[in-house]
Design a protein around this ligand. Sequence first.
Ligand code: NAD
Length: 436
Amino acid sequence: MPQEMNPHDHALEQLDKAAQLMNLDPTLHKIFSKPKRVLEVSIPVEMDSGEYEVFTGYRVQHNFNRGPTKGGIRYHPAVTLDEIKALAMWMTWKCAVVNIPYGGAKGGVVCNPKQMGTKELEHLTRRFTVEIIGMIGPDSDIPAPDVYTNPQVMAWMMDTYSIVKGSRVLGVVTGKPLSAGGSHGRREATGRGTAITTLNACRHLKMNPEELRLVVQGFGNVGSVSAKILDEAGLRLIAASDSQGGVYNPRGLEVAKLVEVKAQGGSVIHYGDADRVSNEELLELETDILIPAALEHVITEENAPRIKARIVAEAANGPTTVGADAILEDRGVFVAPDILTNAGGVVVSYFEWIQGTQSFFWDEATVNEQLERIMQGLRGCAGASRRTDSGNADGRAHSGDLTGCGGHDGQRHLPLGGATLKSIPSWKTRERNTVA
Ligand code: NAD
């Protein structure tokens, strides 16, 4: 793997750049450069065949200065410790950007859930939960779904944790099914937040959504919900993909039909009435908006010169390498960064955690309204951050400043706040019980 493709190196390079720009205290810089805790576990699972497989899993807590750590659990054959360390670090920045009282964490298991039966996935999840049980808890570290994990996986995690603790502990994970203490709007929250941020970027660049083409890489939870909401806001989805490849029709794709094809357990490539494109070709299509919503490092120095989108809204974590980021900036491509664009998920996870720990549940309209308030409310956070900075004699950020959230400045970043979006359509809550 080329050096550039190591996500942890990528995350560290971003930190170095940010530290330089904000004149970060060198001690804090050193502290932020390393995860606080790293756990690697082996997970023996009896497979349907009767044979045992031993899977490798990780949980990483990057920083808990602002509160318990928070971050998803990924099941994917390409999971590495470096990837999980990078994702945990990005979670710290993300929670700070939207000013919620969490630090960053992440977990993952090296496995291919598409080749596993439901019982195998359940056994894997329950055993993994037991292996990391010393780290997780409602006041210490709260997992959530990520790539190829879903509400069912979270329900198994909560149930296993609760059995060990002897009482039901709703606050130990978020992204649970509604029937098991989940929150309305959680499944759609990351896509909804992505749509809000994308529309803000359009507004900032004075682009009319109704004239814009949209390409989505990774038509899973986040990608499909973003596409659905942006389609309802007037954008035309012209291409979408998943791990098996993509489909392209410049006249537009029917989002509902794509969702249906995926829900039937298939791939977007079975959509029909569209040309096939590879995931690589899809990124370089003529479009106004590109939403990478799959995995990290898909926009690299190699393909960045050929990206034609005017806006790249990073729904995935870390989809753009540091080298590619510089090329996009030089070419005037507006990148809405992941730590803002996809923050809607952790915001509604925070709401779910509050609801679970207080046993007081909100309706979907309240959740969506509060999510939008936070996604739109970044001007206030940035203001708080600037006030804190000016309070320091040496102009550096210090550990006591960690309660302020970062703002966004400069050409690359989004406008702060902006007019409230009135037209984000509602998206009927639907629980997923199968792995995408
Ligand atoms: P998901 O499992 O629901 O969907 C992932 C989709 O990506 C699937 O359709 C899969 O087929 C596709 N995919 C996998 N490998 C691919 C490849 N090489 N090329 C193209 N497509 C590929 O996962 P998700 O929850 O939608 O997460 C997507 C991204 O969003 C991830 O980067 C994740 O870290 C990030 N994210 C998710 C959340 C959340 O709340 N789920 C929150 C913040 C960030």
